[in-house]
Design a binder for this molecule. Structure first.
Ligand SMILES: Nc1ncnc2c1ncn2[C@@H]1O[C@H](COP(=O)(O)OP(=O)(O)OP(=O)(O)O)[C@@H](O)[C@H]1O
Ligand SMILES: N[C@@H](CCO)C(=O)O
Length: 311
């Protein structure tokens, strides 16, 4: 049996709409992401289990992980033996934590290992992005590549091999709070402007290139100072109850940055000390999340998608 874990991720890492994403590892050692297991079976079988399985369509044909299996068998490995593929759906749907990317990345990585097809990094990322694009209302890589490769990834079609890893300050903590309600990514994309002004385009390019250059030259505090999302956040904040209040309150508790993770409604903040992260987490637990929500203090997950065991 092959068991593959894929971590949650923050898309649109403030300055990089559709272009910058980070994989998350809770500091308490828990796993925050989907798991796919594959073993040989008399005929193809699909099981969806886990905390959020009941939030997905009951028809396997509508589940991305099963669609990945069908595609892989038809187009990549027609001679692969029949399998039982199980998706443990541990991430909430429409969360802003890259939930659909997580299932797709775990499924394709597990299938590639099981069938020993040894697809290249670019081939796998292309396949994964095709499937992520099916449900999110736009093809983008900023959940796919951090989820697959780990760390903070600058990512897109213009980037060699689709992705370049950027360094971050090892002292940074990331507080991720899922408020407990869903926001559909396609809906959150539909509220964005279709065009940017010349000024906004130039500013976006300057901010993303300056941020990347500052990280690559270890000027981390200066990078933090320009971490701001002027592209998506102003349009999406009104869709997220409590976001504006959190944006005002968390800096007083030591948050350096407060923004929306991916398409939302998960909020994330960056803190320079564990003490500040803990204070922000406590405020978020008391004021931002409901009974279905959760909050994690995280570091970056530098391992990305990985095999948990081979039996
Ligand atoms: N295995 C799966 N995981 C997640 N979503 C799935 C899966 N299979 C099918 N879907 C469908 O894909 C859609 C995913 O919605 P959406 O893109 O808003 O979620 P998301 O991936 O959690 O968002 P985000 O990337 O912001 O975290 C839903 O309609 C859901 O039913
Ligand atoms: N970059 C994507 C991330 C969500 O999947 C968006 O903001 O729509």
């Amino acid at each position: 049996m092959i068991e593959v874990y894929a971590p949650a991720s923050i898309g649109n890492f403030t300055v990089g709409f559709d272009s910058l994403g980070a994989a998350l590892a809770p500091i308490d050692g828990s796993l925050l992401g989907d798991v796919v297991t594959i073993c040989e079976a008399p005929r193809d079988e699909f099981i969806c289990s886990g905390e959020y399985a009941h939030k997905l369509p009951s028809d396997a044909n509508e589940n991305l992980a099963y669609q990945c299996l069908v595609h892989f068998r038809t187009h990549v490995a027609p001679n692969m033996p029949a399998v039982k593929l199980e998706l443990k759906k541990n991430l909430p749907i429409g969360s802003g934590l890259g939930s659909s990317a997580c299932s797709v990345v775990a499924a394709f990585a597990a299938l590639d290992k099981f069938a020993q097809t040894n697809l290249s990094q670019v081939e796998l990322i292309e396949l994964m992005a095709d499937f992520e694009g099916l449900v999110s209302g736009g093809r983008h890589y900023d959940n796919i590549t951090p989820c697959y490769l780990g760390g903070l990834q600058l990512t897109g079609d213009l980037i060699p091999n689709k992705s370049i890893a950027l360094p971050v300050d090892e002292n940074w903590y990331y507080v991720a709070a899922f408020p407990g309600f869903s926001l559909n990514t396609a809906k959150a994309r539909s509220v964005l402007p279709k065009e940017l002004s010349m000024h906004a385009g130039v500013e976006f390019a300057q901010r993303l290139s300056a941020f990347s250059s500052l990280l690559l030259t270890s000027r981390f505090d200066e990078a933090l100072c320009i971490m701001q999302d002027n592209i998506a956040e102003p349009h999406r904040a009104p869709l997220i109850n409590g976001f504006d209040q959190a944006k005002l309150s968390l800096p007083e508790l030591g948050a350096e940055v407060v923004s929306i993770s991916g398409a939302g409604p998960t909020l994330f903040s960056v803190c320079k000390t564990l003490e500040a992260a803990e204070q922000c987490a406590q405020w978020l637990e008391e004021n931002y999340i409901n009974e279905q929500g959760f909050c994690h203090i995280c570091k970056l997950d530098n391992d990305g998608t990985r095999q948990l065991n081979v039996l």
